[in-house]
Ligand binder design. Sequence first.
Ligand code: PRP
Ligand code: URA
Length: 208
Amino acid sequence: MKTVILDHPLLRHKISLLRDENTGTRDFRMLVGEIAMLMGYEALRELPTESIRTKTPVSETETAVISGKKLAVVPIIRAGLGMLDGILQLVPVAKVGHIGIYRDEQTHEPHEYLCRLPDNIDKRIVIVPDPMLATGGSAIQAIDLLKCKGAKDIRFMSIIAAPEGLRALQEAHPDIEIYVGCLDERLNDKAYIVPGLGDAGDRIFGTR
Ligand code: PRP
Ligand code: URA
């Protein structure tokens, strides 16, 4: 099991801005993208490389390039879409899948409504971004689904997690890697993260 709680001044700064209730849709969206890129940098730290010969204007040398391992980014819709472009800026050739899950407002149970994945998902490193890990229900269901379709190397990324959700995800899927931007205090009685940032999907898309 690998869980990384990221600790970087740039991330702490950007997450503080994200939490602020006065941050508007445009800035919120931009910050989510920037944070996703910083988190993606960490999640892809151990990406395999291979040597190639390169001729610089001065001499020929051995250099490293990303090896053939295929990547897929599979955001959990809706809010995970806000993190997609930030990750694609790091790995523009990655294929993109979509998993649609919404949380019932009363029961907080996840409900899946869409699953479209790139081919050969079993041979890819699969990055699953979703800004919020609250009860963990949505992430667990998304990863159940990915494993059902054959995915093996799965890396889940959330900007803010509640301890309850992180524990539940670790217990349900001890074999995946989890990257968290900030571990918050707890869930409230509506299963919202405290202090959190509110409803990530609504803040990214300017709804409600
Ligand atoms: C949010 C968030 C996660 C989920 C987390 O999505 O983006 O997917 O809640 O909660 P959980 O850990 O308790 O499952 P939401 O259901 O609000 O849907 P949306 O992204 O379409 O707004
Ligand atoms: N989903 C969100 O968007 N925010 C929370 O705090 C919990 C679930």
